[in-house]
Design a protein around this ligand. Structure first.
Ligand code: ATP
Length: 269
């Protein structure tokens, strides 16, 4: 895997991620799918690079909930920090302990698997993560109060997400929202691009995705994606097991879905 549960010193972590992404970008004679993701990766790194030119580290944060899109965003951000020589800790020009400030807004009915992955990934990637258990608007208002230097927040929204259609790489929040600039480096990634990247780089991800969940909300409004239900085995057929001998889930893993517009079929709203 790209990383393990034993945290690396931050500069080493970022260098490792940078090296692996370099290898990914340099890969030749690849499929069209990989070539697309290489192109999207370059664009996203440019957008993050622009953000790092425009803002000092204490002014930047990342909206992180352990989901696949913000996970890709986080990995690209760490790569970009290395590239710009900003992956040093402590950073004398900032008052923060770690380079990656994050805001996590807990769902009213969180999945334990999501909570676990947020904690696990916070350790692996040395995230300075502040958690809020309230509606989005109020949570962001509190977050900005608690981190008054933050001016811009990286968000993993994609074009096919609700409200993603007209977003640009940099967008101020709409009126009525706490004021900050939203940065959308992965806005034009497709669902398959996200999984191609995660799997090519072997990035650990939340376990719910292996159980057929394709987009993560709370326990009351999120189900495995019906498009991923396994066809029932014929009667008397031997039961299929995973390589480790446990019974296979009734759903196929999230990375087997292809269509962007089917991603949210496991979400009630
Ligand atoms: P998935 O779609 O599989 O749940 P995801 O959570 O990364 O993956 P979205 O749910 O589409 O993606 O949300 C888009 C982005 O909005 C996230 O990548 C993240 O940056 C931000 N976001 C969404 N929900 C939260 C939350 N509860 N706390 C912090 N950031 C969030």
């Amino acid at each position: 895997p790209l990383v393990t549960d034993t945290p690396l010193p931050f500069p080493e972590l970022c260098a490792r991620i940078h090296d692996r992404i370099r290898t990914f970008l340099d890969a030749k004679n690849v499929s069209d799918r990989i070539r697309n993701v290489q192109a999207q990766t370059r664009i996203s790194l440019d957008v993050i690079g622009e953000a790092l030119e425009q803002y000092r580290l204490p002014e930047l944060s990342l909206s992180y909930n352990g989901g696949k899109d913000c996970l890709v965003l986080l990995i690209l951000y760490l790569c970009a920090l290395h590239k710009k020589g900003l992956a040093q800790i402590p950073n004398p020009s900032s008052n923060i302990e770690t380079a990656v400030q994050c805001v996590y807004i807990q769902d009213a009915h969180p999945f334990p698997e999501v909570e676990e992955f947020v904690v696990r990934s916070s350790k692996i990637y040395s995230l300075a993560l502040l958690e809020y258990a309230k509606p989005m608007k109020a949570a962001f208002a509190d977050y900005l109060k608690d981190t008054p230097l933050v001016k811009a927040i990286l968000v993993g929204t994609r074009r096919t997400d609700p409200h993603g259609e007209h977003l640009k790489h940099f967008d101020p929040t709409d009126s009525g929202w706490p004021a900050f600039v939203r940065i959308h480096p992965v806005i034009d990634w497709h669902y398959v691009d996200i999984w191609t990247f995660i799997r090519f780089l072997n990035i650990p991800y939340c376990s719910l995705y292996d159980l057929g969940y394709t987009s993560l909300g709370g326990t009351t409004d999120t189900h495995p994606n019906p498009k991923l239900v396994r066809q029932p085995s014929p009667p008397h057929a031997p039961q299929t097991c995973d390589t480790n001998g446990t019974l296979k889930s009734k759903f196929r893993p999230a990375y087997e879905l292809v269509d962007d517009y089917e991603e949210r079929l496991g979400r009630d709203r």
